[in-house]
Design a protein around this ligand. Structure first.
Ligand code: SF4
Length: 765
């Protein structure tokens, strides 16, 4: 696809030679690469977070040499955050995997270069042998959600049709699956109810458990525009995040107490007569039970549970309840908990009780961290679902998908293990082989030491990636995959807007696209007739058909329409349908058309502080890194900004422990310990510590986190566990080679982040 150069030049002429990156968590300049003779500007989207900002990749002599933000894409309007502005540097990175690697002489032998024919033959033969001996379900697929919809779809089909295993799941299980569970329980559809632009119609925005400025930087521009129009902002978070610094009300709640806070706010809203009785009567069921439950949550009780002042809870409830239109946004802070689904339900109860759905500026949404976190969970790679969010146990859904795929219903496996349950199944030798795609489990999963044992114990472990990740290091066979710039395909952003990546360059060396690898493997497994795809477009057309009439209906979405409309929101049931930016204007997603409210009692986190582990450890992201850091830790500018992890702690906690800023601190939990430098701040609760999770090996925060799972969606409790901290007597091995000035520089840069700056507003007490 070519760009209208006249439009592009007109836009470009108005730009300075550098542009500000715009993150809400920091600012900087990215220089245009003006020395290269640019041959093509390829319109596409950022490969990182769920906003999917529009960008042009600049191509010169067959290589991606730079990036420019797209002014025409409605979400980012010419802005990119530091990750987006540097994403292109992964394309030609010297660490790219160029050819397959294999251990030829057992687990302890080195990874050696191999041919595609050799590795694919070995994989197919070994998978077949393992399945012949232990059953079809002894082989699993652990897929990812940073791939296009087409690739995610193919992974689900590879599992169900080519391998015939029921164990297929994806790493979105670790990310926004609590939001999925809450959406399905309350609203009947799994999607944000509103486009992000609806922020400009809201009178109040309530952000709970979402570090918008660092994790979804471009959304901050909408927040600021909304604030300019008089919109109120409430932020609830154990840390004073960048947006919390400007909030009208900031609620620094104790980690893991979200549902208590939300029940308490609803209690106040009822007492003050701020509920929407007509909406509740006409559009919901379950209100009376919910109302009876929240009676038990007066602000005084909730304040004790959450570590807040009762007046702050009352003020927040009034501000939210009095708004004509209120939007609620959640993210991993609320969702990464063993009560994550319940937390999401309580947020929706609050919105429903006040009639905040189905209107401009009124609704709920989860801010999706993975680039295709939304699409990846819709297109049939989840343990319990077929494409279109169809239920794998529903006879009609099974029959329909089998008719599209041309297979017998009895050959379609039933629901399998969630990704987090695959690890114990590997340890039990129930799963003996795994094909892991686009997932860095050795950074992302909790309780890393157990995960390592499980992966090392597999009879065959195959990883596809474009860099040798911490997980690929453990594999028996590593397949070189492609980055987003090397293929076309669609993703679905955090709004439910389907957008399209366009190919800028060919894959390097012998790297192959994930869908090509899947088709070649299927051929060797004797299932070629179901995988005769020659392009991403052909896969998308089959995916569209699979979703026809389903909950997430893509039938009316075509590549051409995406280009014409700059993205299409599902559901889009026919080619002449424009798509559906705002949901629930008339009906919710259940057959009765109503929203289903549920009474949710507050239940504490699985681990609470005690004598041995007196503090709470929470984990999360920083603006400079994406997920496991496999890409961003290789990007020079991003690595320089945040080269290694640290532990953030309040100055009063630090003083009590005899720890000073920059000291080395050993943080312990029941799973393990790690030593990192201290970042002493005022922007975190004094009873809480924070470690960013983007790092691997002995820098991985997930050495410490609690693998306890949420019962419905099986998401781990990354955000709350009991921990202790002591001043370390020496640096950890990974830091011994670093010189003092490097360490000091890194600490100063972290202090410069607004995250660490609460000096003007000592709101945490
Ligand atoms: Fe936009 Fe997210 Fe990419 Fe940043 S990481 S440029 S906010 S899509």
């Amino acid at each position: 696809m070519s760009v209208d150069k006249n439009i592009f030049r007109l836009w470009r002429r108005n730009q300075p030679e550098t542009f500000d990156f715009h993150s809400g968590a920091g600012q900087g300049k990215v220089h245009w690469n003006s020395e290269e003779e640019i041959e093509r500007y390829v319109p596409t989207h950022c490969c990182y977070c769920g906003i999917q900002c529009g960008m042009y990749l600049k191509v010169s002599h067959g290589k991606v040499v730079g990036v420019e933000p797209r002014e025409d894409f409605p979400l980012n309007h010419g802005m990119l955050c530091p990750k987006g502005a540097t994403a292109y540097q992964t394309v030609n990175h010297p660490d790219r995997l160029m050819y397959p690697l294999m251990r030829r002489n057992g687990k302890d032998s080195p990874l050696e270069r191999a041919s595609w024919d050799e590795v694919l033959d070995v994989i197919a033969q070994r998978f077949q042998a393992i399945q012949a001996e232990y059953g079809k379900d002894a082989v699993s697929i652990f897929s990812g959600s940073s791939m296009t919809n087409e690739k995610c779809y193919i992974m689900g089909k590879l599992a169900r049709v080519a391998l015939g295993t029921r164990h297929c799941d994806y790493n979105g299980r670790l990310c926004m699956s609590s939001a999925t569970g809450a959406n399905e329980r309350v609203l009947g559809l799994d999607r944000a109810s509103n486009p992000i632009s609806d922020m400009l119609h809201a009178d109040c925005i309530f952000v709970i458990g979402a570090n918008v400025g660092e994790c979804f930087p471009i959304v901050t521009s909408y927040l600021w525009q909304a604030r300019d129009r008089g919109c109120k902002l409430i932020v609830a978070d154990p840390r004073q995040t960048p947006i919390a610094r400007t909030a009208d009300i900031f609620l620094p709640l104790r980690p893991g107490t979200d549902s208590a806070l939300l029940n308490g706010m609803l209690h106040v809203i009822i007492k003050e007569g701020l509920i929407d009785e007509d909406f509740l009567r006409e559009r919901t069921v379950g209100w009376e039970e919910t109302k009876a439950l929240v009676e038990q949550y007066p602000p005084e009780r909730v304040a004790r549970v959450c570590g807040l002042r009762p007046e702050a809870i009352i003020d927040a409830a009034r501000m939210y309840g009095q708004a004509k239109a209120a939007l609620t946004y959640t993210a991993r802070g609320l969702e990464h908990q063993s009560k994550g689904v319940d937390n999401g339900v309580t947020a929706m109860n609050l919105a429903l009780a006040t009639g905040n759905f189905g209107r401009p500026g009124a609704g709920c949404g989860t801010l999706t961290g993975q680039g295709n976190g939304q699409g990846g969970r819709e297109v049939g790679q989840k343990a319990s679902q077929l494409p279109g969010c169809r239920d794998i146990e529903n006879p009609n859904d099974r029959a329909y998908i089998c008719s599209v795929w041309g297979i017998d219903e009895k050959d379609l496996p039933h629901a399998g293990y969630a990704a987090t349950l695959m690890i114990p199944a590997m340890l039990r030798k129930e799963i003996r082989a795994c094909f892991m795609v686009c997932t860095n489990a050795m950074v992302s999963l909790p309780d890393q030491h157990t995960v390592e044992r499980a992966l090392r114990g597999l009879d065959l472990f195959v990883v596809t990636d474009f860099f040798l990740s911490e997980t690929a290091e453990l594999a028996d066979i590593v397949l070189p995959g492609t980055v987003w710039a090397e293929d076309e395909g669609t993703t679905t952003n955090l709004e439910g807007r389907v957008v399209k990546y366009n190919k800028a360059v060919e894959p390097p060396g012998e790297a192959k696209r994930d869908w090509e690898i899947a088709c070649e493997l299927a051929k060797r497994l004797g299932k070629e007739q179901y995988f005769r795809f020659t392009s991403a477009r052909e896969i998308f057309d089959e995916l569209r058909l699979c979703t026809k009439g389903a909950k997430s209906d893509y039938w009316g979405i075509t590549y051409e329409k995406i280009a014409e409309q700059n993205g299409v929101f599902w559901p889009c049931p026919s080619e002449d349908h424009p798509g559906t930016p705002r949901l629930y204007e008339e009906r919710f997603g259940f057959p009765d058309g109503k929203a289903h409210m549920h009474p949710i009692p507050y239940i504490p986190p699985a681990e609470e502080p005690d004598e041995e582990y007196p503090m709470v450890l929470t984990t999360g992201r920083v603006v400079y890194h994406y997920l496991s850091g496999n890409q961003t830790r290789r990007t020079p500018f991003l690595k320089e900004q945040a080269p290694f992890p640290w532990v953030e702690m309040h100055e009063r906690a630090a003083a009590r422990l005899g720890i000073e800023d920059g000291d080395w601190v050993t943080v312990r939990t029941r799973r393990g310990e790690m030593t990192v430098p201290a970042l002493v701040v005022r922007s975190i609760r004094p009873d809480t510590m924070f470690i960013p999770y983007h790092y691997g090996h002995n820098q991985a925060a997930n050495q410490l986190t609690n693998p306890v799972l949420e019962p419905m969606m099986k998401i781990p409790e990354y955000k709350v566990c009991a921990a202790s901290a002591v001043r370390a007597t020496e640096r950890p091995d990974w830091a011994k080679e670093l010189d003092v000035s490097e360490l000091d520089a890194a600490r100063k840069r972290r202090h410069e982040l607004p995250m660490a700056q609460a000096k003007a507003q000592p709101m945490l007490h």
